[in-house]
Design a protein around this ligand. Structure first.
Ligand code: FAD
Length: 310
């Protein structure tokens, strides 16, 4: 089923889950064991992230270099196929612009159609290590809006009967490259106008940021559903890591509480769980259509929060 259909027919907020393909060396059975406990909650689908290939340059005797593909994770297509087979569940693969030409993305989408996948997330993708600014491939897409536009154009030109339901990303605290939140929201509207069906936000730890972002989107004429993204903090180290990795803020109250218990792993874990549970309950009471949980390779981290809130 298309996520847009689930969103239009829902009578209560539902659960949206995102997993990261495991590192190579992890077996299919381990992946299944990691995800299986989440089935207790009957998630309507699972998002599977996509990570740009990296390359290593090794020196050769003649002074030149040879280029080698370094793929640390199992491919998202393989992960999607395992989830489809084992759990008979919808999957939502993330399609990224970074590292791909338009032709390569078209061919990836053909594979997804072949697999019966009707939902995708369209994203620009992160920079690769060492890259300060995102650089599109020659013949690739610079922005997610160009990707969404190309998918819709292709569907129209080929008069395809089935079109993808397309989700896109957004940033309640602003995308780190945008000069200001207003411009970022105008760019978000370009993605919606290009044909995106719904929005999932970056994680945030202060619901006020989400509510003010949602209001600004409405003012800008963005009418598609906006699903908030959450992740429970699980260690004190994340107080430093997450703002750096995702350009987000962590409120003073949460920072202070985590730092006061920095030497007590169990206490930090518990604080993260309680904060996320409170965020989740508050969002549900403010009429969000769903809540998207970033499991980031540890499905067990979100189970207690979901059990308390759904
Ligand atoms: P875009 O919408 O293209 O925006 C990127 C920047 O360009 C913004 O600053 C925007 O304001 C600006 N911009 C957009 N359009 C224009 C325009 N026409 N002119 C000028 N400026 C413009 N990354 C991965 O690599 N793999 C994943 O699986 C993945 N999953 C994600 C899931 C979610 C829900 C979210 C929120 C993010 C995810 N990311 C993932 C991270 C994402 O790829 C990065 O945050 C990336 O830097 C931006 O992606 P985007 O699709 O939001 O980009």
């Amino acid at each position: 089923m298309k996520i847009s259909e689930i969103l239009s027919k829902q009578d209560k907020a539902f659960l949206s889950l995102e997993i990261v393909p495991p590192l190579k060396g992890i077996t299919k059975d381990e992946l299944i064991r990691n995800i299986a406990p989440l089935m207790e909650f009957n998630p309507p689908y699972i998002n599977v992230t996509n990570h740009r290939d990296e390359f290593e340059f090794r020196p050769l005797e003649d002074g030149s270099y040879s280029r080698h593909l370094v793929r640390r994770r199992v491919s998202e297509t393989a992960v999607c196929s395992v989830i489809q087979d084992n759990f008979k569940l919808e999957v939502v693969p993330h399609v990224i612009c970074g590292g791909y030409t338009a032709d390569e993305i078209r061919s990836q989408l053909e594979d997804f159609r072949f697999m019966g996948i009707g939902n995708i997330m369209a994203l620009r993708g992160d920079c690769i290590a060492g890259e300060k600014r995102f650089t599109a491939m020659p013949g690739g897409f610079r922005y997610a809006s160009e990707l969404v536009e190309a998918i819709r154009r292709d569907e129209r030109e080929r008069e395809l009967q089935e079109s993808f339901c397309i989700g896109i990303g957004a940033y309640p605290e602003k995308h780190f490259e945008a000069p200001n939140i207003e411009t970022d929201i105008l760019n978000l509207k370009k993605k919606v106008d290009a044909g995106a069906d719904y929005i999932i936000t970056q994680m945030f730890f202060d619901n006020k940021d989400f509510y003010s972002f949602r209001d600004r989107c409405l003012e800008a004429g963005i009418k598609v559903p906006i699903i908030p993204g959450l992740k429970p903090l699980s260690t004190a180290n994340q107080i430093g890591q997450l703002p750096e990795a995702f350009s987000i803020n962590i409120p003073v109250e949460l920072t202070d509480e985590m730092m006061a218990h920095a030497n007590d792993k169990q206490a930090c874990y518990q604080i993260g769980q309680e904060w996320c549970t409170a965020q989740c309950k508050d969002l549900l009471s403010h009429g969000v259509p769903a809540i998207h949980f970033y499991t980031m390779g540890k499905a067990s981290n979100v189970i207690k929060v979901i059990r308390e809130c759904f």
